[in-house]
Design a protein around this ligand. Structure first.
Ligand code: ADP
Ligand code: MG
Ligand code: ZN
Length: 608
């Protein structure tokens, strides 16, 4: 019996059902196995598939959470064939719908969609099916917009319902119903009426990404009071996560260098923020002999499909894209996803980086991080006319969590992401896999946790004292605390402050990181100011400043890279830098010059 289940691939987390076990002795079971093998041509159920199919066949509402590629579609496609009547599938994108109906047609499964691309005849044929006493059609895909505007469709559904030919409603990509999610769609909200209007029809909601907050919201928005839950682990064991600090806003040199060395003939995605960034990246890639194209919302539907096809067929290797790229694209052998820009949220990051390695072979997810990218996002959020104060706050919160994920140099990246989804993850499963351990698990021991509570208080005091009449940026505060003797310091009298130079022992970079931390945790706040297209951020006190200054128990820590405080390393570096290279050949000299630059960079990074 258990031959049917493939229990190895993904762990099952929650399965709160005794009734809907992996039993195969239900009235539907024999035919189900038959269709599974002969129609879908599959041999083993993935975790939760069989259980979910049983649950919906027993008329329970179901809530199915599985990572993308986990096999959600089967959970409703197989029951659709087993049930009397038609299954209505709500899906957010025309491209997703076309993809699904084509796959089903190729398996000889009667499925259709109602979308603008149909001819009048095709549309009439579908409506005629809906009015038949025993329709042959088994699955009908619709967008939520169609469902909410088409009176004709609603009438058809009503008569189907009255004739008991409405098998179930399926809400795919159900996170679109939630404002807290990363992909909110207004018309998904109206899906609540399904439960009200068709009270006896079972509903199945499916999603690949949901924080606990989004999960609760989905059920609440859809009016599902007691569904059966099916949650699979969201860990992607074959993905290797790492974060690289990029030195400046434009990191194309670093990204291109990395691709040339590491991913020479591989397919991948580079996520950029703006259309212009995508174009710039693609252009520079091409100049460097990498087959790349740019993809964003500024292109026509036709152009975008063309680019997708070229990439899927590997005529081009790299797509430089905004986050508009990827949803519904199922390319198995994506070897790398590079974020050239800070993602908007941890959820978005998980989703975008998750497009790598669908074939289960190892793949890399590399994020090029610079704190200043947050300003670009913040500006976009604050100038977005479509959002109100409330949604702005959600977006800023998401962004701050993403920044703190990037600034974290000690915790396991997998654990951080999975905890965000409410999943408990034991770090040892990351560390133990040599090939795919995350950067923080690899670098363990290189950082130590420094109690910086007093430094934090000093910095907050500096901000409090000096920003009454002046505007100060993060870098200016760094200079004051470090005690840099710039003329500007003297002119403005900053060098008279009692904490001037008190942070001498810290590296400037770490003082900067500490200030970022204080902003992210609301001890300080940044006000944005745009002048000539350049964004300035000024510091002021944040809502938690008072707590920090008055609490005697609150302690703050910062992970600091252990300095290689050894004079021999320093001596070696100086020896290399000062070496007499006259004896070298011309080629050796050129190599030497490059090496010196590399060593300088390394020595800087290691504080030597
Ligand atoms: P999701 O909607 O969860 O992202 P899909 O339903 O699109 O995932 O399935 C992803 C891929 O996995 C599809 O190619 C599908 O055919 C395949 N698949 C689904 N279930 C199984 C199974 N039990 N055995 C083998 N392949 C499966
Ligand atoms: Mg799907
Ligand atoms: Zn890890």
């Amino acid at each position: 019996e258990n031959n049917l289940c493939d229990s190895k691939s993904v762990e099952t987390l929650k399965n709160d059902n005794n009734e809907c076990s992996d039993n195969i002795k239900y009235p539907h079971s024999q035919e189900m196995i038959n269709l599974f093998r002969n129609k879908f041509k599959l041999s083993k159920f993935r975790p939760n598939q069989l259980q979910a199919i049983n649950a919906t066949m027993l008329q329970f509402d179901c809530f199915i959470l599985m990572p993308t590629g986990g096999g959600k579609s089967l959970c409703y496609q197989l029951p659709a064939l087993l049930s009397t009547g038609i299954t209505i599938v709500v899906s957010p994108l025309k491209s997703l719908i076309l993809d699904q109906t084509q796959k089903l047609s190729s398996l000889n499964i009667p499925a259709a969609h109602l979308s603008g691309t149909l001819t009048i005849d095709q549309t009439e044929a579908i409506y005629s099916q809906l009015s038949k006493e025993n329709p042959i059609l088994k699955l009908l895909y619709v967008t939520p917009e169609k469902l909410s505007v088409s009176q004709r469709l609603c009438n058809s559904l009503k008569t189907l319902y009255e004739r008991r030919q409405l098998a179930r409603f399926v809400i795919d990509e159900a996170h679109c119903v939630s404002q807290w999610g990363h992909d909110f769609r207004q018309d998904y909200k109206k899906l609540r009426e399904l439960r009200r209007n068709y009270s006896t029809v079972p509903i199945m909601a499916l999603t690949a990404t949901a924080t606990p907050r989004v999960r609760t919201d989905i059920l609440c928005q859809l009016g599902l009071t007691s569904p059966k839950w099916f949650i699979s682990s969201f860990n992607r064991p074959n993905l290797r996560y790492s974060i690289i600090n990029k030195s400046h806003k434009n990191s194309s040199d670093e990204v291109i260098g990395l691709i040339k060395i590491k991913f020479k003939n591989d397919c991948g995605i580079i996520y950029c923020l703006s259309r212009k960034d995508c174009d710039d990246y693609a252009r520079q890639m091409k100049m460097n002999g990498i087959k790349a194209l740019s993809y964003h919302a500024g292109l026509t539907d036709k152009q975008r499909t063309e680019i997708q096809n070229q990439w899927i067929s590997e005529k081009i290797k790299v797509v430089c894209a905004t986050i508009a790229f990827g949803m519904g694209i199922d390319k198995p052998n994506v070897r790398f996803v590079i974020h050239a820009i800070l993602p908007k949220s941890i959820e978005g990051y998980y989703q975008e980086s998750g497009r790598a390695g669908r074939d289960s072979k190892s793949a890399e997810c590399i994020l090029f991080y610079n704190y200043k990218d947050m300003y670009r996002h913040k500006r976009m959020i604050e100038t977005d006319a479509a959002s109100n104060k409330n949604t702005q706050k959600i977006h800023i919160d998401n962004l701050k969590q993403m920044v703190s994920f990037c600034e974290n140099t000690s915790d396991c990246r997998r654990a951080l992401q999975l905890n965000y989804f409410g999943e408990v993850f034991n770090r040892k499963f990351c560390i133990s896999n040599k090939e795919t351990a995350c950067d923080n698990c690899r670098n363990q021991g290189q950082f130590h946790n420094l109690n910086i509570t007093e430094d934090a208080k000093a910095l907050v005091t500096i901000v409090q004292d000096l920003t009454k009449n002046n505007r100060l940026t993060v870098l200016q505060i760094v200079e004051i605390y470090k005690g840099n003797s710039l003329t500007k310091m003297k002119d403005s009298g900053y060098d008279k402050h009692r904490f001037y130079g008190k942070g001498k022992s810290l590296a400037e970079h770490d003082i900067e990181r500490l200030l970022h931390k204080l902003v992210i945790e609301n001890y300080l706040e940044e006000t944005m100011y745009v002048n000539n297209e350049i964004t300035y951020a000024y510091l002021k006190l944040g809502s938690n400043a008072k707590i920090l200054m008055t609490s005697s128990t609150l302690k703050l820590y910062l992970q600091i890279r252990k300095t290689i405080d050894n004079s021999s390393a320093r001596a070696t570096v100086s020896a290399v830098l000062l070496a007499d290279n006259k004896a070298l050949t011309e080629i050796q000299q050129r190599c030497y010059t490059e090496l010196v630059q590399i060593i300088r960079g390394l020595a800087n990074g290691l504080n030597i």
